[in-house]
Structures are given as structure tokens and as C-alpha cells.
Design a protein around this ligand. Structure first.
Ligand code: HEC
Ligand code: HEC
Ligand code: HEC
Length: 258
């Protein structure tokens, strides 16, 4: 028999949240004074996790709790459908990230390894965030849980959820934004002598005749332009182009072969 969440009050997410969560997390996801006073860790702000934390992860935390904290497993109080209704309600919360705060926190907490500009030239083995391919959600996940076995430790108890949201958005904004117009000029001075236009480029390797530039990801294209064999043919100047230059050139190539 189909079950409709609205027809049945036992599946009203807002009411369930207020009865089971609000004492600590607040009625609107903003923790209460009581929630903030909890040890060893305070209740966390639910407004700032919406859109950043996957539903699966919320489901897991609500079902199993967080060991060693006041966040006890809720699967004994709420059944599976009720937990889904609570998550639906949580997903109505909203938070607008504060990029200025994200910058301040990034510089204080991340820059020692990732560099002020995020390019990670610090000798700490950190990743270059400007060329990271992670989504905003994956960045937040990396911040929340860290990368076990590396210097990238979990920031969950060092930063509040708002700070995590602000920093994740700021770090995601640091990503290099390729400029096709610059790429066009760079192409003219570095590539056009051999490949008059991007569509004139012949790909090498198996099945080359069946492939076009569009079949190669940016990363593969970058490798084919900057790897040794092409540099042997194209000359040292091409090898000296920066990662930003190559990104701009690829943006131009994409645009002109679309
Ligand atoms: C007795 C207080 C209390 C109640 C009631 C409570 N929580 Fe929590 N909750 C906490 C605390 C404390 C934490 C933080 C634990 C930590 O930092 O590891 C937390 C963390 C969480 C997190 C992880 C947030 C994050 O940013 O990582 C989620 C999700 C969550 N609670 C959902 C719920 C839901 C949904 C309910 C109601 C069904 C609920 N909680 C009820 C105290 C509570
Ligand atoms: C103590 C050094 C250190 C600090 C501080 C640090 N990180 Fe990292 N971070 C690393 C290292 C090392 C890696 C690479 C981990 C690996 O090998 O997967 C990394 C990886 C990452 C990644 C994954 C990037 C990718 O493309 O895979 C993200 C995102 C990230 N860090 C964000 C942050 C943010 C945001 C902060 C600040 C809140 C921060 N890090 C603070 C060392 C650090
Ligand atoms: C001095 C000549 C020369 C210059 C300059 C040059 N290339 Fe090439 N490139 C070649 C040759 C030769 C090949 C091998 C395929 C062919 O014969 O067309 C090639 C192949 C390629 C390929 C295909 C690689 C593969 O493995 O499938 C790409 C993409 C490419 N060039 C892009 C560029 C870009 C972008 C620039 C400018 C930054 C550039 N080339 C500059 C000579 C050049």
C-alpha cells in the first residue's frame, strides 16, 4: 500500500525533528544553548550542512550516531521512513556561505600546507586546490574526514559547520577559471605555426582516425600537449607554458572545435 508522508502525522518530518532533535540542534537547525554546552563536542549546526553533505551520510549518522558523543543512534526511536522524513525536513534549511570568512579561515587553517593561493607550493605534500577536480561536496567531505594516513587530517572539530561551508566554498572558488580569449592569443603564438587551427590537429595512437579532441578529457589533452614526445616535436617553448596557459589554450581549443 503506498504511504503518503503528508497524510500521516507519524511521518511529519518537522514534528519528528522537533520532538527528537531540536533539544540539541534547535528547531531550525541552529543549536540550542544546551546543545552548544555538550561535551566532548557540541551539537552541530544543521543549516550549514544542507547541500554539502550527502543524504547517505546524514542517514548513516542519524541511524548509528557518532560514537563517544551525545549524538546517540536514532534507529531505536525512529523507523526508516521517519528518518527519511526528518532528512527531508533538514533539507529545507538554508545557509548562504560567507566567502570573506572562508578566506580568513582558509588563510589561518589551510594555507600553511596549501599555500595562500591554494597552489600548495609549501613543501608539505598537499594537493594543489586550484587544479583539484573535486566537487564542492567532495571538498567538504575531505575537510570533514581528512585523508587517513596523510597530513590532511579531519577539520570537523577544528572548524564549525559554518566555517567548513565557508572555507569549502572559498577553496572551490580558488579553482583556476580558464580564459578562452587568452588561450586564443597563446595558441596563435605557440601552436599555430604547426597546427593552423585546433581542428587541424591530428591525434596520434590507436584509433586516432576515429577520435576527435572532444573524445579526450582536459587532463588527457593536457598530457598530450605537455608530455615529452610532443615537446620533442613542438619545441621547448611549448614545454615552458604554465598550467594556467595550457588551461587557457585548452579552453580555446574546446571553443573553436565545438
Ligand atoms: C542530546 C543531544 C542531541 C540530540 C537529541 C540529537 N543530536 Fe545530533 N548531534 C549531537 C551532537 C553533540 C553532535 C556532534 C557530534 C560530533 O561532533 O561528533 C551531533 C551531530 C549530528 C550530526 C552530524 C552533523 C555534522 O555536521 O557532522 C547529524 C547529521 C545529527 N546530529 C543529526 C541529528 C538528528 C536528525 C537528530 C534527531 C533525530 C539528532 N541529531 C538529535 C547531539 C544531539
Ligand atoms: C598539515 C597540512 C595540511 C593542512 C593544514 C590542510 N591540508 Fe588539505 N591536504 C593536505 C595533504 C597532504 C593533502 C593530500 C592528501 C592525499 O594525498 O590525498 C591534502 C588534500 C586536500 C584536499 C583534496 C584535494 C584533491 O584534489 O584531492 C582538499 C580539498 C584539502 N586538502 C582541503 C584543505 C582545506 C580546505 C584545509 C583547511 C581547512 C586543509 N586542506 C588543510 C595537507 C593539509
Ligand atoms: C613545431 C611544431 C609544433 C608546435 C609548435 C606544436 N605542435 Fe602539436 N604536434 C606537432 C606534431 C608533429 C604532432 C604529431 C601529430 C601530427 O603529426 O600532427 C603534434 C600533435 C599534437 C596533438 C595531438 C597529440 C596526440 O598525442 O594525439 C595535440 C593535442 C597538439 N599537438 C597540440 C598542440 C598545442 C596546443 C600546441 C601549442 C601549445 C602545439 N601542439 C604546438 C607539432 C607541433
Amino acid at each position: 500500500m503506498p504511504i503518503s508522508a503528508n497524510a500521516d502525522d507519524s511521518l511529519n518530518g518537522k514534528a519528528l525533528y522537533q520532538a527528537n532533535c531540536a533539544a540539541c540542534h534547535g528547531v531550525d537547525g541552529n543549536p540550542t544553548e544546551f546543545g552548544k554546552s555538550l561535551k566532548p563536542f557540541p551539537a552541530r549546526d544543521h543549516r550549514a550542512v544542507v547541500g554539502l553533505v550527502e543524504r547517505d551520510e546524514l542517514r548513516r549518522i542519524i541511524n548509528y550516531g557518532i560514537a563517544g558523543t551525545e549524538m546517540t543512534p536514532k534507529k531505536y526511536d525512529l523507523d526508516g521512513l521517519q528518518i527519511e522524513a526528518v532528512i527531508d525536513y533538514m533539507e529545507t534549511f538554508k545557509y548562504t556561505p560567507d566567502l570573506a570568512n572562508g578566506k580568513v579561515r582558509f588563510e589561518a587553517v589551510c594555507a600553511s600546507c596549501h599555500g595562500l593561493d591554494g597552489r600548495a607550493k609549501t613543501g608539505m605534500g598537499a594537493k594543489n586546490l586550484v587544479y583539484s577536480t573535486l566537487t564542492l561536496q567532495e571538498m567538504a567531505h575531505t575537510m570533514r574526514y581528512g585523508r587517513p594516513g596523510t597530513k590532511m587530517t579531519s577539520k570537523r572539530h577544528q572548524l564549525t559547520n559554518k566555517d567548513i561551508a565557508d572555507v569549502a566554498n572559498y577553496a572551490h572558488e580558488l579553482r583556476y577559471k580558464a580564459d578562452a580569449a587568452k588561450g586564443k592569443k597563446l595558441y596563435a603564438s605557440n601552436c599555430a605555426s604547426c597546427h593552423s587551427t585546433p581542428s587541424a590537429i591530428k591525434l596520434t595512437g590507436n584509433a586516432a582516425s576515429k577520435r576527435t579532441l572532444a573524445d579526450l578529457s582536459d587532463r588527457l589533452l593536457d598530457l598530450r600537449i605537455t608530455h615529452g614526445r610532443h615537446i620533442d616535436r613542438a619545441g621547448k617553448d611549448v614545454g615552458k607554458l604554465s598550467a594556467d596557459n595550457i588551461s587557457d589554450i585548452i579552453a580555446h581549443m574546446r571553443k573553436s572545435t565545438k
